[in-house]
Design a binder for this molecule. Structure first.
Ligand SMILES: Nc1ncnc2c1ncn2[C@@H]1O[C@H](COP(=O)(O)OP(=O)(O)OP(=O)(O)O)[C@@H](O)[C@H]1O
Ligand SMILES: [Mg+2]
Length: 255
C-alpha cells in the first residue's frame, strides 16, 4: 500500500454530483477490500456531514492542517466504516484563499501535509468545491487522477473547457503526471431530447474520456444520502448500486 490512487472529483459547476460520486464510490471501493481516505475540501462540508455528526463543532479539520500546521493525524476521523477515514471540512475553510493569498508554495500544502499518512491507503478521494479556487488547485497538485462529474446540459461543454484549461496550467507547472480518468455523466433523466444531444456532443468531443457507465437521476441515490449510507450499503442489490459497481470496474481499468 505505498502508491495510493489519489482521485479528485471536480467541476466548478455546483450540484453536478461531486460529493455524491465521492461518497457512493467510497462505499463501493471500501467493500471491495480497500482502505479509503476521504478529503473534504469544500467549506459546505457536505461530504463531512454525511459521515460525521455536528461538523460545525469540529475544531480539528483540514483547515487547521492547511493553515495552522496542525499534524494531519489530529484531524483524521474514523467513520462508521472501518476502512474509510475522513479529513473533514466545515464553513471555517471559507477563508482559505484569503489566508494563503500571496504564498507561492500554497499549492503544495495539501500534498505535503498528507504525505505521512497516504501510504496507509489504497485510494484517496478528494471532494472539491464548486470553484476553480486555491483548494481545487491544491487538490489537482496532490492528485494522480481526476474525475469530472457532469450533467448533459449546455453549460457542460463550455464549463469543461475552462476546467481542462485550468488543469493544463497545473500540469505544466506542478504535476505533469496528473491524468483525467474521465467525465462521468450524472443525473440523466432519459426523457429530454436536448439531453441526448448534449450527451452526443460530450461523447464526440471527449471520446473515450467519457465513462461508458452513466448515472440516472434516481431517488435511491438521494434516499441513500438521507440515510447516510453509500448506495451499496443502502440498497445492495439495486440497479443504482450496480451502476456504481460498474463505474468502479471502469475506473480500475483506467487507473
Ligand atoms: N444521480 C443522481 N440522482 C438523483 N439525485 C442526485 C444524483 N446525483 C446527485 N444528486 C443530488 O443532487 C444534489 C447535488 O449533488 P451533489 O451534492 O453530489 O453535487 P456537488 O457537485 O457536490 O454539489 P456542490 O457543487 O454544491 O458541492 C444532491 O442533493 C444530491 O443528492
Ligand atoms: Mg459537493
Amino acid at each position: 500500500m505505498s502508491n495510493p490512487k489519489i482521485i479528485s472529483f471536480s467541476n466548478q459547476k455546483g450540484g453536478v454530483g461531486k460529493t455524491s460520486l465521492t461518497l457512493h464510490l467510497s462505499g463501493i471501493i471500501e467493500e471491495a477490500g480497500n482502505k479509503v481516505l476521504l478529503i473534504d475540501l469544500d467549506p459546505q462540508g457536505n461530504l463531512s456531514s454525511f459521515f460525521l455528526d455536528n461538523i460545525y463543532e469540529l475544531d480539528k479539520t483540514i483547515r487547521e492542517v492547511l493553515i495552522d500546521e496542525l499534524d494531519v493525524s489530529c484531524a483524521l476521523n474514523k467513520t462508521r466504516y472501518a476502512n474509510i477515514d475522513l479529513l473533514p471540512a466545515n464553513l471555517t475553510l471559507s477563508d482559505l484563499d484569503a489566508k494563503l493569498a500571496g504564498s507561492d508554495d500554497a499549492q503544495y500544502l495539501l500534498m505535503d501535509s498528507i504525505s505521512d499518512i497516504i501510504g496507509n491507503y489504497d485510494y484517496v478521494l478528494i471532494d472539491c468545491p464548486p470553484s476553480l479556487s486555491r483548494a481545487t488547485k491544491m487538490a489537482f497538485v496532490t492528485s494522480t487522477h481526476y474525475i469530472i462529474p457532469i450533467e448533459c446540459q449546455e453549460w457542460a461543454v463550455k464549463g469543461s473547457g475552462q476546467l481542462l484549461a485550468f488543469v493544463d496550467t497545473i500540469k505544466r507547472r506542478a504535476n505533469q503526471d496528473l491524468e483525467l480518468l474521465g467525465f462521468v455523466i450524472n443525473k440523466l433523466s432519459g426523457r429530454r431530447k436536448i439531453e441526448s444531444e448534449f450527451n452526443e456532443i460530450l461523447r464526440s468531443t471527449y471520446k473515450d474520456k467519457v465513462f461508458k457507465t452513466e448515472l440516472k437521476n434516481a431517488v435511491a441515490y438521494t434516499e441513500a444520502i438521507t440515510s447516510r449510507m453509500p448506495i451499496n450499503y443502502y440498497s445492495p442489490k439495486s440497479y443504482e448500486a450496480e451502476c456504481f459497481i460498474k463505474l468502479f470496474e471502469e475506473l480500475k481499468l483506467r487507473v
